[in-house]
Design a protein around this ligand. Structure first.
Ligand SMILES: [Ca+2]
Ligand SMILES: [Ca+2]
Length: 267
C-alpha cells in the first residue's frame, strides 16, 4: 500500500514537472511571462474558404496560437497589396505576419485595455510624416495629404498617428475601412505579439464553456456547449480526444484483463 502511494506521488511530481517544462519553454519562446503564451481563436475572420478538412495551416475558431512578443514595429512583416506582396514571408495562408493587438475602438489613441484582443494580419504601415502628410510604402503612396486604398475600403483617410493597417483574411476590407470599427491604425505598443504555430481544435474545449458568440456562421456551423465551429473541426477534435484518452484507457483495460485471466488460470 505504501509503495502504491509513493508511485502515485512520483507520477504526480513527474506530471507537474513535464507541464512546468513545457510552460517554461513556451514562455521563453514567446516572452509573455507571466501572461498566457497562447490565445484561443474565437472568430472566423481569419479563415480561408479553401482550407483542407480540419483546417490546419489557417487560423480558425478553436485554434490555439502562440503569441510571440515583438520588439518594435520593424519586428512585424507587413503583407502589402494583395497582388503585389511586400515579402516572401508567409504565415497562415497569406503573406506577412498575423498580429494580436488590443483595439482602440473609441479612437482616442489609447488601446482599450480589458477588451478582447483581435488577431488579424498586418497589411501595411502608415507613416504620419512631420509635415502632416502620409507615406504608405506598400501601396506606393508618398507624402500624400490623405490615404485612399480601394482594395482595403479606405478612402480619404487622415489618421491622427502612425501605425499598422490590419485586416482579417476572411474580411474583404481593413479594420480601419471607412466607417469601420477602428478609426486609427494600430500602434506597435498595442500589439501583444505576432502569431506563431498552431494547435488546432483543442481550443474548442475552452470555447464550449466560455463561448465564442457569433464566432462562426458558415453553413456547416455546429454548436456544442457554447462553442460554434465548422463541423470538420469538431470531428477532428473528437478523433483526437479518442486517441489521447482512448488508447491509454484501452491499454489499462487490456492489462487488467490479462492479469485477471492469468490469475484465473492459476486457480
Ligand atoms: Ca486552423
Ligand atoms: Ca481607446
Amino acid at each position: 500500500m505504501k509503495q502504491k502511494a509513493l508511485l502515485f506521488i512520483r507520477d504526480m511530481v513527474l506530471s507537474v514537472a513535464i507541464v512546468g517544462i513545457i510552460l517554461a519553454a513556451l514562455w521563453a519562446y514567446t516572452g509573455q511571462f507571466p501572461d498566457s503564451p497562447m490565445v484561443v481563436v474565437t472568430s472566423g475572420s481569419m479563415m480561408h474558404d479553401n482550407s483542407p478538412f480540419g483546417r490546419i495551416g489557417t487560423i480558425d475558431p478553436g485554434d490555439l496560437v502562440l503569441v510571440k512578443k515583438i520588439n518594435g514595429k520593424d519586428d512585424v512583416i507587413t503583407r502589402g497589396a494583395t497582388y503585389a506582396p511586400h515579402t516572401n514571408h508567409k504565415t497562415y495562408g497569406d503573406y506577412g505576419d498575423v498580429i494580436i493587438y488590443i483595439p482602440d475602438r473609441n479612437g482616442d489613441g489609447i488601446a482599450d485595455k480589458g477588451t478582447t484582443p483581435i488577431i488579424h494580419r498586418a497589411i501595411c504601415w502608415v507613416e504620419k510624416n512631420p509635415d502632416g502628410t502620409y507615406t504608405v510604402e506598400e501601396y506606393d503612396l508618398y507624402n500624400v495629404s490623405s490615404i485612399t486604398i480601394q482594395e482595403l475600403g479606405i478612402y480619404d483617410y487622415k489618421p491622427p498617428h502612425s501605425g499598422f493597417i490590419t485586416k482579417g483574411d476572411h474580411n474583404s476590407v481593413a479594420d480601419q475601412r471607412s466607417n469601420g470599427f477602428l478609426s486609427t491604425p494600430v500602434k506597435p505598443e498595442w500589439i501583444i505579439g505576432k502569431a506563431r504555430g498552431e494547435i488546432p481544435w483543442f481550443g474548442l474545449i475552452k470555447l464550449m464553456i466560455f463561448g465564442n458568440g457569433a464566432g462562426y456562421t458558415g453553413p456547416d456551423a455546429v454548436r456544442i456547449g457554447k462553442a460554434v465551429a465548422p463541423k470538420d473541426e469538431w470531428i477532428c477534435l473528437g478523433i483526437s480526444l479518442l486517441i489521447v484518452i482512448g488508447i491509454p484507457t484501452a491499454w489499462d483495460i487490456y492489462n487488467w484483463y490479462r492479469r485477471w485471466r492469468s490469475k484465473k488460470l492459476k486457480l
